[in-house]
Design a protein. Sequence first.
Lengths: 305, 290
Amino acid sequence: MIPWLAQAPAAPALNMWNAPAGTPEIWMKVGIAMLAGFGLLAALIAAPTRLRRPISGAFIFLAGLFWVLVFLFPKPIDSQTPHEQRPRGFVQDVSFWLADAIPVVSNFSNILTAFILGLGVFSLVRIHLMRVAKKQNDWPFSVVLLVSMVAMATFGYWDWKTRLDLGGAKVDEAWPLAAYGKDLLFDGMLQVMEAAMFSLIAFFILSAAYRAFRIRSVEATILLCAALIAMLNLMGAVVVTWDGMIESFGKDNAFVMNFTLSSVAGFIRDNLQTPGIRAIDFGIGLGALAMGLRLWLSLERVGGN
Amino acid sequence: MDGVYYEKGWLGVVFTLMVAGFILLNIYRARKTSGKLFIRRIPGLNAIDDSIGRATEMGKPVLMVPGIGTLNAISVQALQIFAYVTKTAAKFANPIRLCCLDPAVYTVAQEIIRDVYQTEGVPENYDPDSVRFISDRQFAFAAGVSGIILRERTAAAFLMGEFFAESLILAETLNSIGAIQVACSTEITQTPFFVAACDYVLIGDEFYAASAYLSRQPVLVGSLVGQDWSKLAIAATILLGALVNSADGLKRVPDEANEGQTRALKADEKMITDLFSPKKPEWKPAGGTQ
């Protein structure tokens, strides 16, 4: 099979897309890839407008075709099987080739995402620099954002470089300024602030539940009842008291025992909630499939068209 | 294949191809009839125009958040709906804010929104800062969007896409300033939060129906009808499966453990399991070392 996309069979697992780190070969490949990428981009920009759509459509189709084949083609046996012991034949070869190519193809999208992140950061910096320059409303917050961004990037890179040069264990022992700064900014501030945001949800749940459970309609009443049963079923003392009371009416009576809190909650969960969720899941899955199909075949027109 | 490969569950593959066939067939049908196929009313989508109208009257921006997922079918669907929202907002010269967590979604969103303004003939009204990359961290994003909501007092908000724990933070912050909210999450766990906190909620595949409902493009309408056909096929399969499974449940086979006795079929011996569950066959390489 074509070896240029899949990993090479023997160790070191290298193919035409990679090479040992730090070697002239890898730098040469990076250079060629950059040139080829910019060349393709320039060609696409220079192409007549009416041709751009079919060209991008062809790329989308090829990229999608790979994943469609991964899904539809028979899956190979354990990929750890030594190469010389793998079965032979067209179907087998394609199957192994597809499985081996997955990490390489996935890396393409990772690299694209890394490039696009730069655009996101550019947008953020531009908006906030403009706000500071024009002294718009709440511009001091923008200063905080820009300073935080620069500080985090600086200490993050410094710490990474220090760990690379000295080794992680030595850095942890010596705890230089780079490690201290990064730890303070990341663990000491960012993580804590994120946890604070997350904890706000507890209060929001309360206010949202209050509004949702107010009895305004039949639906709201049903929601309230179901939620109440589900909540009470999680309270041990309530479950013991209620179920004990039901059992006192007749432990051997199967009909009466249907009214224990756990039975009622279980009935709601198994017969109402789970089928509902399954049905919604089917709908979402079908919608995603249809959307994917339209995108793959370039039938989708997003935007002002 | 002689047991060399995992059994992929051929029925699942056939079913997927059948669904794809339904969708493509109905796209073809809809193109022939110029999209004149019936779609039922979805109240949440009717509220879109009202919400934008209210924002215009108040002179406040319309907020759109395409969730916190990466660039995938869900984000693209959300952007498709936001293209319609922007189109309506552009007609009234209403400001918009589209906040993104994923840089890839941000880049695509920027192109789509610019395209909408150009198509509407008002490219000068397009503000590049209206589409913003906030942060790629979940709660930093939630804090950033909440800040925009509170500072700019957005009058209408559309939360559509993949939302997780930040859904309630955004919905409640919007509620606190009295904004109209139309929301939808493809994450089942977040839908109840939106139901509790938002004015209008699209549930499940209504999210995917939205663009067809709003734009009436033949491709989208046909695709939606194809999805409905597929749902009918799934319902029929479930019914058939229940019947077959019940029939299997009545079957008795000789019990290996107790001679002369019979037993009911085990779960993995039933026809349904055999049809849908992939099996790993026993296989040894020619050398016999495996």
